[in-house]
Design a protein around this ligand. Structure first.
Ligand code: LLP
Length: 445
């Protein structure tokens, strides 16, 4: 339930604050100058649309602000589509992966495994063996237990695993509790107090090469302050480790840069670079960062059509053909996403509840959103879904995965067709003992 006393941004404000969006009197809402209505006509809805030029421009803005300071390793979990990965690969990005599937995706997209960091609290022996065999550049260690496991696996393979110890600095990133990761009670990382002894131990292990430290305190962080606090703590640890005779070459500063969904001021690349510089510049460290959302979030929209408008109090329900199985963020985090009609919106506006057709009350995109009247067949764009959108989709309610489209150079390309209904049960089998059993009425399936 939204209790914010600040009124929502207007449709005009939502568009004005996003340089990649514009409205043409005839063509309606456009993304990187491509009319979204034409994409909905050609591909149907729901459909994810990503703006390649916007993603590239955002990468260049961030990498530019971090020039000679830190290297960008794109956090693949935000949007793992091969086209997105290939776009960043061509820009020279490395990658942050958290599973064998992500590792295979980045390799397929052409990112060198030496430019890959493998993070995550539960990397399995199979995943770690693959990472070692394929020469992953850095493995982030999340616990003393995992360190022993990696050391044993690497020794058995006659290798040394290049590791960074992930520090849990117990810092509140001021973000949604479900996406904060740097508090003591979170499952991530190793308490700062335990780092010196564990680092010394790690540097003695035969299967381990200690590169340095890693930290990631959460996601959708819109203030530089928590970053400053975390980086200051890391700098102090680097100093303490070096004073104890340890070699610390690298610090992985994580991701988490927030974007403006509603009223938040996005964290600027310059403010983030400033937080890095304040503590970690000049320490003769190789710095890397792992942003996901900031690079791709604003560059994606989800197009949906109105199925029907159900009259109800206090607000009519606008039922879309997109649902929580497509975009989970509102149901999972009460996330606010802009919703903009594709057609001209210059008519009287009133509050509407915007929902999907899935059989759960949490399948709602907005409880009370002021929009011009919407009629069946009308279309809307749900904004800022380039990160943690399609990657978090499911086929719940046997709803096929939506199509994905990329716009570039004034045109568009389908980069993943809508899933076919028959693909929903691909790989499923009905065992003999069920298939050959007469049903109640005597019929055999
Ligand atoms: N590095 C690590 C170790 C991470 O755990 C994450 C995100 C990132 C980098 C990238 O963070 P970003 O720059 O994208 O904030 N599904 C949630 C977000 C979960 C983030 C998980 N970790 C959402 O939709 O808001």
């Amino acid at each position: 339930m939204d209790l914010s006393p600040i009124p929502d941004p207007t449709l005009a404000e939502l568009i004005a604050l996003r340089p990649h969006l514009s409205r043409d009197a005839l063509a309606g809402l456009m993304l990187d100058d491509v009319p979204l209505g034409a994409i909905a006509d050609a591909v149907g809805t729901p459909v994810w649309v990503y703006a390649a030029d916007t993603m590239r421009a955002r990468y260049r803005a961030l990498a530019g602000a971090l020039k000679n300071l830190a290297r960008v390793h794109y956090a693949v979990k935000a949007n793992d589509h091969l086209a997105v990965l290939a776009l960043f690969a061509a820009e020279g990005a490395g990658a942050d992966v958290v599973s064998l599937g992500e590792l295979r995706r980045v390799r397929r997209a052409g990112i060198d495994t030496r430019d890959v960091v493998f993070s995550g609290v539960g990397k399995t022996p199979d995943e770690l063996r693959a990472a070692l065999a394929e020469g992953v550049g850095q493995i982030n260690v999340e616990s003393a237990e995992e360190l022993e496991m990696i050391a044993a696996l690497a020794r058995a393979m006659g290798k040394r695993a290049p590791v960074a110890l992930r520090v849990n600095p117990d810092i509140d990133a001021g973000t949604h509790p479900k996406i904060t990761t740097g508090r003591r009670e979170n499952k991530f990382g190793i308490p700062a107090a335990a780092i010196p002894a564990l680092y010394a131990h790690a540097s003695q292990l035969a299967g381990i090469e200690t590169l340095g430290l890693a930290v990631h305190i959460g996601s959708q962080i819109t203030s530089a302050q928590p970053f400053r606090a975390a980086f200051a703590e890391i700098a102090a640890l680097v100093g303490a480790l070096r004073a104890a005779g340890q070699v610390v070459r690298r610090v992985d500063c994580g991701g988490g840069l927030g974007i403006a969904y509603r009223h938040e001021a996005a964290l600027s690349p310059e403010a983030f670079a400033g937080a890095l510089r304040a503590s970690l510049d000049g320490l003769d460290l190789e710095l890397i960062v792992e942003p996901g959302r900031w690079l791709v979030g604003p560059a994606g929209v989800l197009l949906a059509s109105v199925v029907l408008v159900k009259h109800a109090a206090p607000y009519p329900f606008v039922v879309l053909d997109a649902a929580m199985n497509d975009l989970l963020r509102p149901a999972l985090y009460d996330a606010w996403h802009g919703i903009v009609p594709l057609a001209d919106a210059a008519r009287a506006a009133a509050p509407h509840a915007i929902v999907g057709p899935v059989c759960e009350s949490s399948d709602a995109f907005a409880a009370a959103r002021t929009l011009p009247p919407l009629a069946p067949g009308g279309r809307v764009a749900i904004l800022d879904v380039g990160a943690y959108g399609a990657v978090m989709s499911s086929t719940y309610n046997a709803r096929p995965l939506a199509a994905e489209v990329m716009v570039a150079g004034g045109g568009f390309t389908v980069i993943r067709p809508r899933q076919e209904i028959a693909d929903l049960w691909r790989g499923e089998t009905v065992p003999e003992f069920i298939a050959n059993r007469p049903a109640c009425g005597g019929a055999v399936i």
